[in-house]
Design a protein around this ligand. Sequence first.
Ligand code: ADP
Ligand code: MG
Length: 681
Amino acid sequence: MIDLNKNVQYIKGVGPTKLLLLNKLGIFTLKDLITYYPRTYEDRSKLKYISECNDGEEALIETVICNNLTNVRLKGKTMQRVIVRDETESATITWFNQPYLKGKFKVGEKYKFFGRITKKGGKVMLNSPVFDIKEKIQNTGRIIPIYPLTYNLSQNNMRKIMEAAIKEAYGNLEETLPQYLLKEYKLENINDATKYIHFPNEFNDFNIARYRLVFEELLSIQLALLKLKNSYMNEEKGIKFSKNAKMSDVINTLPFNLTKAQLRVLEEIDQNMESEKCMNRLLQGDVGSGKTVVAMCAAYKAIKSGYQVAMMVPTAILAVQHLENFKNILEKLNIKCEILVSGITKKKKEKILEELKNGNIDILIGTHAIIEENVVFKNLGLVITDEQHRFGVKQRTKIAEKGKNPDILVMTATPIPRTLALILYGDLDISIIDELPPNRKRIETFAVGKNMTERVNYFIKKQIDEGRQAYIVCPLVEENEEMDLKSVEKLYEVYSKELFPQYKVEYIHGKMKSKDKDSIMERFKNKEIDILISTTVIEVGVDVPNSNIMVIENAERFGLAALHQLRGRVGRGEYQSYCILKFEGKSENVRKRMKVMCETNDGFIISEKDLELRGAGDFFGTMQHGLPEFKIANLFEDIEILKMVQSAAIKILNQDPKLEKKENKLLKELIKEKFMKRIEL
Ligand code: ADP
Ligand code: MG
């Protein structure tokens, strides 16, 4: 058996320079290397005659060299050119800046070339192809893996390294799945799967290999999540909240009627809270679907049953807003709400902590400050977290530990396709609000290129002159707050000095003290600011009904789910609202994404499209959901495997809840290895 933890520096072909490049890709061990899967494949196995080649396609031709390679100097670069022919026709092959090709080709000898064909006036050209001499199969003549690489490490280099690694590993890899699963689900063994995922002889090899590897990856996640769920359930029983604490007390004081979806969800929550089954529920609903009142009703029920409630939100701004909303409704019903965020005075904090401990405060709303150790509840019965993708499973668990098995309600406005939610949040029950309150105006969305800037600015001016306010959202530079900061400040200069000196322009970003952020949001709410430049800190839930226009700069850099969340900040009042997506670049994918945003306001449709257009890695990456990234599975394409895996996982855990049986030893290892660091099982 081979040691998978062996450093890649011992693989043939890996010198000091390549080692660094591999490390940059996150490849340190042999295991990292052989699980670094191709991004795609090129079929260089089927020969074509030159006369059969079509413009724009990639093709493999086998030809004889007709003349010596010429080397021509052009402005600042060199061009290499050679004429080749096969039985049907001749073709011209060109490269740029590859003078070392001189002397590589012998006139009259046979070579295979693979590359992109262009046809001009019937003449066939091949640009910068790869090639092999005679019968050799190195770069052509087979299905070639293409890896996601960084600059400086070529596909050729990577392929050679991978070949060496696979050669060493093949036949020596220890099976990672139990035999009974391999049999039952007709899964390829680990050695063949690993070999053929990199170097398939034909596409069927690839399919079989991929199926096995995807199965394994998804199975480990499913098992981990289900185990997590079981571990909640195996604990002592949950709280049975009182039947006499009636949510309708709250509902009756509301100035509007609840939607059918809100009522249905409340019914689900009510039942769950009254049963002795501990509630671990995800409440999903699009931006503006009215999750807050649902949370309020649940909180009310808990409090009237004699318990306290903690509500955790990702930003101080949001905490303030929730506090106001809760007070508006719940104070009339004799419930004491408080807020705890970092940055309040020591004296105030001490008072809050004291009152919390003796039970004077019924509901505490706050940021992660409420996780701190010195925050002690008298009798915590319900934990609500808002915008759950910002919190990890760990944080959720930590706050729950402040009570005795409290019920948990997790709210998120990130719509996830239903099938996926059921699986990915395998540790939670799910309630979905799939309906917006009536009479919501559709937010008109436009995607515009640079050439429209002036018109957009004019449009902003018009709206402000009519008394409205605007958000300008900065591009995400990277996941780097320093950089984001710079881009906010730069944009602020442009808007406040060059474009709109006549208006009050301000900016806000995540690195500001929460006091300053709050004061800016307060001023924006009070119409003291006309234009607010912002990073995505406004993404989560702040309500300013008078602002009806949002401009998103470099919208192409955001995922659709994020754009949708941002857009939800406008359209909260009586005015027709607008979202303008400024984008750069001509890529088909960007255009498609912009189009989706303009065509629909439905978060669930958007999330499906997002997944389809970006792939699951990115999709979930930006959600910060606390799950590991997928190395090979694509949650959009692999739904069928996912379903199969889910039922397999349920079956396995039903028979062996703790994975103690001998035949499941490997499965236990699998989960441990993948998840120990991220989710505490
Ligand atoms: P989100 O789900 O994004 O948190 P909110 O709970 O903040 O949405 O609700 C958005 C707005 O809609 C709030 O002003 C809220 O008072 C209002 N609202 C909630 N439910 C209804 C309803 N059934 N009918 C009318 N307005 C509602
Ligand atoms: Mg909300």
